[in-house]
Write a protein that binds this ligand. Structure first.
Ligand SMILES: [Zn+2]
Length: 120
């Protein structure tokens, strides 16, 4: 399953690795752990702006394919060019880690290829 983490722009800005971090895992707990270990996400919110709330929260239920709000991630536009729109970590095929930076078509093609391979 794939678990999506959506970044809140706490303090008015986004940080890396991406606005959305999508992680393949066998459970929500594993996805949360991988997010912390591999991508530096954190869920305590201690460094975040108190009025904006926590930057990262634990993920919800998983989906069969990488998704952002029910759509393939490559269909999602970022809010700006500050950070990549998304990163997908494929646990069972780690060399297929996919990024999309806003406005970078070449990376889109790579991403589509990876998503195609996954959906076989
Ligand atoms: Zn704030």
């Amino acid at each position: 399953m794939f678990y999506t983490f959506s970044q809140n722009n706490s303090g008015g800005y986004f940080t890396g690795p991406a606005q959305y971090v999508i992680i393949e895992a066998d459970s929500r707990n594993e996805a949360n752990r991988l997010a912390e270990e591999r991508y530096g996400l954190y869920f305590d919110g201690e460094e975040d702006c108190p009025c904006c709330g926590n930057r990262w929260s634990g993920c919800y239920d998983g989906t069969e394919k990488p998704e952002i709000y029910g759509k393939p991630p490559e269909e999602h536009d970022g809010f700006g060019d500050e950070v990549p729109v998304f990163v997908v970590y494929y646990k069972y095929n780690p060399e297929c880690t996919a990024f999309r930076q806003s406005g970078v078509d070449e990376v889109d093609h790579l991403t589509n290829k990876f998503l195609g391979e996954q959906s076989v």
